[in-house]
Design a protein around this ligand. Structure first.
Ligand code: SF4
Length: 322
């Protein structure tokens, strides 16, 4: 059956490349069906399809895949490899098509795989997308080239807009501090984008911090190229692109905030090393390290966030005794 509608699961790298994928497929003439935003139903479906070893973010992804069954002709499952050993991806992204196919082998769902060997190099990435459109979707090369250009432009413009908005927020905070205004507490939240921008995964943390009157800024909403470059001042060997960008962003922005919150989805291999790296190298800003899993109750997280914010407020006053 010819493919006319393509489903995109709103999980994992959707939060980094989602607009690019959607624009690309639409420019090739396909109708795109997005899975709904994560909610308890999606989360529970994902858990039912997962084994215990799978990280929380991947469990949520499987829930999104399941929600697309019967709603499209095929589901797009990308595979991001790690040709660049200083800008690679977690092995979960590389094995995603295999994991998804094995998980849904008894279900009537078709999958198409987009393989990107080196996403850190725009030319290589472009070739991978154009090749995918021509060989797997039957698009003429000229149309694929146009679709790639349009997709890249749309995603770059969104990324720039987000980074600009965050830059403005930092400037407002700085001005308030210079005027000695009672500037609100500001926290930089560092997490993979599918954790920090998935309302269901991060919702309790965000709501709690907002209720405590804290301004939240996001380490991933920054100029990615600048942050990537900056990361090499701290580590020559860190192999993961997203962690590198988070590291660079933390180093560029830590002096502008009152505290840093690291959030990881259990059991995340890259973050177990990354969080340790941050805790060992960043000593001039208070850090709270939260690991969330499928069993996380809100009470424990809330207590830790409240204590952390109390400490930041005391510190801002001068000291615990001030
Ligand atoms: S980086 Fe961590 S949270 Fe993300 S997919 Fe890999 S193991 Fe899961």
């Amino acid at each position: 059956m010819p493919i006319r509608t393509i489903g995109i699961p709103r999980g994992l790298l959707w939060h980094r490349y989602g607009l690019l994928w959607k624009t690309f497929l639409e420019a090739l003439g396909f109708e795109v069906v997005l899975s709904p935003r994560t909610d308890r139903g999606i989360f529970e479906m994902g858990r039912n399809y997962s084994t215990d070893e799978v990280c929380l973010a991947s469990q949520v992804y499987l829930g999104h895949v399941a929600s697309l069954a019967g709603k499209c002709d095929a589901v797009l499952v990308p595979c991001f490899e790690s040709r660049n050993v200083r800008a690679g991806f977690c092995t979960k992204y590389q094995s995603l098509p295999d994991m998804v196919r094995a998980t849904f082998k008894d279900e009537p769902v078709e999958f198409i795989t987009l393989s990107v060997p080196d996403a850190s190099d725009k030319k290589h990435a472009g070739r991978a997308y154009i090749d995918f459109a021509a060989t797997k979707l039957g698009a003429p090369v000229s149309q694929a080239v146009k679709a790639w250009k349009a997709a890249q432009k749309a995603q770059a413009s969104l990324d720039k807009e987000r980074a600009h908005a965050q830059e403005q927020a930092f400037k407002l905070l700085e001005r308030a501090r210079k005027r000695n205004d009672e500037a609100p507490l500001a926290i930089l939240l560092a997490a993979h984008p599918y954790v920090s921008h998935d309302d269901y995964i991060i919702g309790d943390i965000e709501n709690c911090l907002k209720e405590l009157g804290v301004i939240m800024l996001y380490a991933d909403e920054t100029d990615a190229a600048t942050a990537f470059k900056k990361s090499f001042e701290t580590s020559d060997t860190l192999p993961w692109l997203i962690n590198r960008e988070l590291l660079g962003s933390i180093m560029l922005n830590k002096d502008k905030v009152d505290g840093l919150v690291l959030v990881s989805a259990f059991p995340c291999g890259p973050d177990s090393m990354f969080d340790d790296l941050i805790l060992r190298t960043v000593h001039d800003v208070p850090i709270l390290n939260l690991i969330i899993d499928a069993q996380s109750g809100t009470a424990g997280i809330q207590t830790r966030l409240e204590s952390f914010v109390d400490i930041l407020r005391f510190q801002k006053k001068g000291s615990y005794l001030g």
